[in-house]
Every structure is written in C-alpha cells, then in structure tokens.
Design a binder for this molecule. Sequence first.
Ligand SMILES: [Zn+2]
Length: 158
Amino acid sequence: MMLFYFRCFIFFLVAIVTEIQCKNAALVIIDVQLCFLPNGSLAVPDGDQVIPVINDIRSKHKDKFSLVVLSQDWHCSDHISFASQHNEKNPFEYIQLLYDDKGLLCDSTHNCSVVKYNITQRLWPDHCVINSTSADISSKLTRSFNDLIIKKATTAKV
Ligand SMILES: [Zn+2]
C-alpha cells in the first residue's frame, strides 16, 4: 500500500522542471485528474488538497513560468496495466511482462524469439480511460488557454 501511495504522490507532484536562462521556468502539473481524486477509480486519499497549492503557485509565480504543462493519463480501455485485462487478477497484484529487443510485448499475438526485458507490472483498477469523465483534469485547477496538455500511457501494451 505504501508503494501505491508513493506512486500516486508522484503523480501529484508539482515540479519546476527546467530553468531556462535563469529567468524562465516550466511548471509541470502531473495527472490532476478525476480518477486520482477522492471518489475516483484510483483515488489518492485527500488528493484534492494539492489543487489549491497548485493554484496558489500559479497565482503567485505566474511571471516566472514561461510554460505550464499538464500531463494527463489517457489509457485505452484494454490497457495492459488494468487488472480487468488479466484472468483471475486483482488490482494491486503484480504480473511479469516480457518484451523483445524491439520493445514489443511477448504475448499470444507476438511470439518473441528473444526476450530482452522482463518487467514487473503492478495492476491497477481501470482508470483514466480515453474520453471518459474520469480522465478529465479537475475543473478546480486553474487553467490557461495556452497550457500545454500531454496525454500519456496511450498505448495498450506498454
Ligand atoms: Zn494510469
């Protein structure tokens, strides 16, 4: 459970990533989506408490950030990290995933002649599915028309 909490904490971590010429910086806001907020399918307890902190940072330091990036978990409904995609597996259990030297998953549709990567994958409840309400970024988050949104985890087998 601690690993789960840590993972989710990372999702909510607000990071000033890049100092550009010592004057400009980027603010990166990670996965502040309904699925990770209270009552979400993969909720972090009290996860919504990060929202006023982020809004405060944006308000007080808006001249500092030349770029604001929001990441958005954006999974296919058959994403391999979903427990629902594996027989007799439950959320938060682990499985092993094998990939070949090209990074392709070894499974019933792709027979690998060489296994290069053996990855331990934690399984999650279905969450942040493409175009679902749960994938929405919280409306309580201060937004700007020129925020850059990066959708991630969009490939089913990665
Ligand atoms: Zn995810």
